[in-house]
Design a protein around this ligand. Structure first.
Ligand SMILES: [Zn+2]
Ligand SMILES: [Zn+2]
Length: 223
């Protein structure tokens, strides 16, 4: 069920973009700010307590910092696509392999902490929608063939369910669940704070954005 929702969030966003060809990014920006706040709060409410219940808190902190580093590294290649930004150009009509690999690694790690015991799945779902919309707008408007675009989105949609599946079904990966969840925390801390910082236009006071952020925190608290 969770896997289906995750795949649907990405594919649904893609087909919505194909059908509606959105021009205005304003609403997406608010959704993006909400998703950043919501994901950040769920990371604090759900994942951080979970990881620190395990022994050796300092080791877990090391893995969280490694997760931040991993995300910094991935964004050299993806140029911020994970936090809903396309700072890059696709010049030729070739499958954007580097972008794909960096996004897929990110999405795989993201799948690890999903479990019945926490509600991080909702944070990931809400985060995926604006990211998938912005990625789809970018791919649809690029010179990439429609077939390759579809392949890109389809494989990308499968990555988070795959990460989640491996973390529960594969015994080697399941044994590393706590450190890998700590890595995912680092990834979430990085992308959600970048979303919150970047969605401010020149640090101008933005009431709508502030309300949306508070709403994100609040819903995460009560969920
Ligand atoms: Zn960015
Ligand atoms: Zn993500």
């Amino acid at each position: 069920m969770h896997y289906f929702l995750l795949i649907f969030a990405v594919l649904g966003s893609f087909f919505l973009v194909l059908r509606t060809k959105p021009k205005h990014q304003e609403n997406i920006k608010l959704l993006l700010a909400f998703s950043g706040a919501f994901l950040l709060a769920l990371t604090f409410f759900e994942l951080i307590p979970e990881v620190y219940q395990a022994k050796s808190p300092k080791i877990n902190s090391v893995f969280i910092l490694l997760g931040i580093l991993l995300q910094v590294f991935l964004e050299f290649f993806s140029k911020g696509a994970e936090h809903g930004h396309m700072h890059l150009e696709l010049p030729e009509n070739r499958f954007p392999l580097v972008l794909f690999i960096s996004l897929s690694l990110h999405a795989l790690v993201e799948g690890v902490p999903i479990s019945e015991e926490n509600t991080i799945i909702y944070g990931i779902l809400v985060h995926k929608i604006p990211v998938a919309v912005i990625l789809s707008v970018f791919l649809v408007n690029s010179k990439l063939k429609r077939r390759l675009t579809l392949l890109f989105i389809l494989l990308f949609a499968l990555m988070t369910p795959l990460g989640s599946y491996l973390a529960t079904e594969n015994s080697t990966i399941a044994a590393l669940k706590t450190p890998l969840t700590a890595v995912a925390i680092g990834v979430f801390l990085h992308i959600s704070t970048v979303i919150l910082f970047e969605s401010a236009k020149a640090h101008a006071f933005d009431l709508k954005k502030l309300l949306v952020v508070i709403l994100g925190f609040g819903i995460a608290y009560f969920i």
